[in-house]
Write a protein that binds this ligand. Sequence first.
Ligand code: ZN
Length: 80
Amino acid sequence: MTAPGGITCRELVELVSDYVDGSLEPKTRERLEVHLRACAGCTEYVHQIRTTVRLASAAALEQHPDGAALLEAFRTFRRR
Ligand SMILES: [Zn+2]
């Protein structure tokens, strides 16, 4: 198995939720991004996770009475 950035595809899958959250340590994130540049499969995987997370958040917030306000707050938070 190849491991660009010193991370195997399997390890990347385990790290990806923290990566999408932005809660990964900068050093680990850097290695993960090295892996992504070298691995089309994982790049596609991360893309799908991001899309899923975004859709799930939006769908969950739409169910909420204050959904629109929360969604706006969420967007503002992500921009920081
Ligand atoms: Zn990979």
